[in-house]
Design a protein around this ligand. Sequence first.
Ligand SMILES: CC(C)(COP(=O)(O)OP(=O)(O)OC[C@H]1O[C@@H](n2cnc3c(N)ncnc32)[C@H](O)[C@@H]1OP(=O)(O)O)[C@@H](O)C(=O)NCCC(=O)NCCS
Length: 333
Amino acid sequence: MKQLVRKVKIIGTGSYTPETVYTNKYLETIVDTSDEWIQKTLGIKERRIAAPDQATSDLAYHAGNNAIINAGLTKEDIDLIIVATATPDRLAPSTAAITQDKLHAYNSVAFDISAVCSGFLYGMSVGSSFIASGVYDNVLVIGADTFSRITDWTRRDCVFFGDGAGAAVLSSANVNEGFIAFRLYTDGRGKFNYTVPAGGSEMPCTPEVLEKRLQYFQMNGKAVYDTGTEVLPKAIFQVLNDTGLTIDDIDLMIPHQPSIGILKETARIINLPFEKVMTNMDKYANTSGATIPLILDEVHRAGKIKCGANILFAAVGSGWTYGAAIMKWSMCK
Ligand SMILES: CC(C)(COP(=O)(O)OP(=O)(O)OC[C@H]1O[C@@H](n2cnc3c(N)ncnc32)[C@H](O)[C@@H]1OP(=O)(O)O)[C@@H](O)C(=O)NCCC(=O)NCCS
């Protein structure tokens, strides 16, 4: 999709992170890792972990509710809820249906999107299409993940991820504001470079599967780095080309937060000063589908986005899934 028919903008943002903090220092006590390596290589100091009685929908509920309030709407105004998650509460029903019930937003249709770390970008694109075509007026897009539940806490790759949720309410816009273009990509040839082997139809959880710890994620870190630093610039250059903007026209980049290394290398390739690249992975690590709306809410509430700013969104995730979008910000006081 290159151009929208009815323009679409963000009218509210929200986020939620659980209270429990796992610092790098704590992880040093349970696996063979070091605070120094994690900070230098990944840019992470600590991450939040959901309480035992919190599921992904609980995080999604809080973030969604905060976004609806921030938009000045009520739950009855929401026509569609999209939850982007790779860690759904259950295989069925969708986490979106459970979140809708928790929000009491019964006027809405609700469904999940599965695109892992690109999920929120995919969700904003799908939600925008429903508004652009006139089908719905107010769409709540939530990115929520609890990767602590698919992490093997006996392995040192437990350092990468954290739990959290973020959300945005999309609504129709005037011609000179809102999303200018989206570009989404999928390349299934890279499908198992980040994967959770067990728990689906291919490999149901049996005692043998659990003994082999196949219910936890497996990641090829080098492939993620190499692919991320190749496809993020590709998507960004394409979306710039679509809009006729140059990198100098970008005021702020709100990217997925895979690792500080991937973001620095991407910024170097696209020639964007790193001060314009928003990061908060020092506090939250990689929260997968939640990273973009979590940092968007943080930056918005801190008053760091100027009226009329051109914001560049970009994400890469398992699949491979990736993409970029540009919007003109119009939530101005
Ligand atoms: C993970 C990553 C840092 C590892 O680098 P790599 O060179 O591919 O992997 P290696 O296993 O050879 O590790 C390189 C060094 O880091 C160290 N290392 C790797 N993981 C570590 C960890 N969790 N804690 C401490 N040290 C670690 C290794 O010991 C090794 O040290 P050495 O060179 O002294 O032997 C790199 O691939 C990367 O940044 N990938 C992106 C991953 C990502 O963003 N994932 C999230 C999105 S899905």
